[in-house]
Design a protein around this ligand. Structure first.
Ligand code: ASP
Length: 606
């Protein structure tokens, strides 16, 4: 008989039943001949007991005892026994099985475990080993309750999302992994083709162009839980491969696409939490987000807005600010009101913020306090009295408030001030826990200038439909608690506009033809008005579960160096294989390899 129940199932109504449980030996302890084992599986933990006094007559107690001695931690075992009530005072109400235990009548070691690299049982905070060890032994790490919960939650989320899209007539369509590169702003991972020597596939950075072709095909509503691959330098919380919930629709506009996403999330919410998610989500324009919050993904769970003080400092005796303004820069202020300050930031802490300002890319940080209705600090002496009155008015400054001023080139200063805002919110404990605030970022630009290279590039990607004479793109982002969950847009559906946009980002006619000629051609065959969106699954799950890193929501993630430690990849490959792929001959540069054409068809098929 194999298991009759899982390890999370038995309850007082099962008392007296004969059962078989199978699972892993999480803990065992011997109390003077009476042995207890916490038997665990995905569903829970059940206490199983070897009790010689109570073992039914006819069972070879010493043989059973000997078998039990072979049960080392994390070995997988099978146990037959009788469910009984736990002795009063030893119940564990934290566990659903905590009122019962199984008296062992026979047991078998199914497979022994090597000594576990770390403790699998519920961890006290900080007791986990470093992450690389967890990733090397991921199959052990995934036995932990916390990981099981994350994997189950993710599965449930995806299941509900699928249910919603199926109910709305969407088709789940897989798109290729071996593909032509799709530009999403990163490098492609490339895969050599043995059969087409010297040629490469790219792994898709997203299914973008395939999903657009599905709309050209008339398939009308598409979704996919899609793997995307981006070869980027190590950045916090990025994975070389990640999962998007990818959507595309025809004959819709931006607000239709947003409604479908809202309704899908509301459906998932109800299924996960049995609560209503408030829709529609508020919209914030790109300009408002940048100017008020210094970020295109502002966290709107707290106030602490930036104020533009540039005009005030056109005339001032404070030379530094006057010069910045004269050179076209800006001055922004944040008022840390006395209501939230509550003495949490004192004079001695200010140096820390001055240092942080540099880290945030700001030229510097100036501050002032309001004392008896007056601004006070080491620089106010350079302010004209009008400067002081204007600052107080615009910043709505009251006694006890602390004002930070930041100045410099526009974008850098807004972004730096945005980081300062976030830092202050963290330090002042302003970020509410367990609240989920969705927003749409709308009215985005079509293009942006890379501050380092000065190159004009698409704000999202070059397939976004431009409007307002190319000043704006019909694109949007979905934000959750200050994180970008994903983005979407209406797409260009006319070849001539697509070519125009490619030209504007600096592609020559030859480059367009070589890289995208096939796609421009497809747009010429009656491409309908269409648009779509993609939502980062790893990120939304990690935010909903309050995880520090998206890796804790992925069964087999890469580490920060893009390595998969459990199977030791990436790895070197044999020189024979390299030669076969005609990449480089590591064995012998002069080796005389057969050209790929010389293989027989049979060999190629094999
Ligand atoms: N392909 C886009 C991305 O990966 C999303 C979209 O525009 O649908 O960000």
């Amino acid at each position: 008989m194999r298991r009759t129940h899982t390890c999370g199932e038995l309850k007082p109504s099962d008392i007296g039943s004969k059962v078989c449980l199978e699972g892993w030996v999480r803990f065992s302890r011997d109390h003077g001949g009476v042995a207890f084992i916490d038997l665990a599986d995905r569903y829970g933990v059940t206490q199983v007991v070897f009790d010689p006094e109570d073992t039914p007559i006819g069972i070879n107690v010493s043989a059973l005892s000997n078998t039990l001695k072979t049960f080392t931690r994390e070995s997988v075992i099978s146990v037959n026994g009788i469910v009984r009530k736990r002795i009063a005072g030893t119940e564990d109400d934290r566990s659903s099985t905590g009122r019962v235990e199984v008296l062992i009548t026979s047991a078998e070691l199914l497979n022994k475990s090597a000594v576990p690299p770390f403790e699998i049982g519920d961890q006290k905070e900080g007791a986990l080993p470093n992450e690389d060890i967890r990733l090397e032994y991921r199959y052990m790490d995934l036995r932990r309750t916390e990981m099981i919960h994350a994997i189950e939650f993710r599965s449930r989320f995806l299941h509900l999302a699928r249910q919603y899209f199926e109910s709305q007539n969407f088709l789940e369509i897989e798109t290729p992994i071996l593909a032509r590169g799709t530009p999403e702003g990163a490098r492609d991972y490339i895969v050599p083709s043995r059969i087409n020597s010297g040629k490469f596939y790219a792994l898709p950075q997203s299914p973008q162009l395939y999903k657009q072709m599905l709309m050209i095909a008339g398939l009308d509503r598409y979704y996919q839980i899609a793997k995307c691959f981006r070869d980027e330098d190590s950045r916090k919380d990025r994975q070389p491969e990640f999962t998007q919930l990818d959507i595309e629709m025809s004959f819709v506009d931006e607000s239709d696409i947003q409604s479908y996403v809202e309704n899908m999330l509301a459906y998932v919410w109800k299924g996960l939490y049995n609560r209503d998610l408030q829709t529609p989500f508020p919209r914030i324009s790109y300009i408002e987000a940048m100017e008020k919050y210094g970020s295109d993904k502002p966290d709107l769970r707290y106030e602490l807005q930036l104020e533009n003080l540039t005009n005030i400092f056109k005339e001032t005796n404070y030379e530094i600010l006057r010069k910045i303004v004269a050179d076209g820069g800006i001055v922004v202020g944040i008022n840390v009101s006395h209501n939230i300050l509550k003495e949490k930031i004192g004079r001695n802490d200010i140096d820390r913020y001055i240092n942080l300002a540099k880290k945030f890319g700001l030229g510097g940080l100036t501050w002032a306090r309001v004392v008896n209705g007056e601004l006070e600090s080491n620089i106010v002496k350079y302010f004209t009295s009008k400067n002081k009155i204007d600052i107080k008015n615009i910043m709505d400054a009251k006694n006890g408030d602390l004002i930070f001023l930041m100045a410099g080139p526009k974008r850098r200063t807004l972004e730096g001030a945005g980081l300062m805002r976030k830092q202050l919110a963290t330090d002042l404990d302003l970020i509410p826990k367990n609240t989920f605030q969705f927003h749409w970022l709308v009215d985005c630009p079509m293009f942006e200038i890379d501050p380092i290279s000065g190159k004009k590039d698409a704000f999202h990607h070059p397939f976004v439909l431009p409007y307002d004479n190319f000043k704006k793109g019909a694109c949007f982002d979905i934000l959750l608690n200050g994180n970008e969950l994903g983005s979407g847009s209406m797409r260009i559906n006319k070849p001539e506009i697509q070519i125009d946009v490619f030209h504007q980002i600096g592609l020559s006619d030859e480059e367009i033809e070589k890289n995208f000629g096939w796609f421009v051609k497809a747009l010429g065959y009656g491409a309908p008005p269409h648009g779509g969106v993609a939502i980062g699954i790893d990120r939304i799950i990690s935010i909903l579960l309050n995880k520090e890193t998206i890796r804790d929501t992925i069964a087999f993630p890469k580490n920060k160096k893009a390595q998969s430690l459990v199977d030791k990849s990436p790895s070197r490959i044999d020189s024979e294989r390299l030669e076969e792929l005609q990449l480089i001959s590591m064995a012998d540069d002069d080796a005389d390899l057969p050209a790929i054409e010389e293989y027989t068809d049979e060999q190629l098929q094999g």
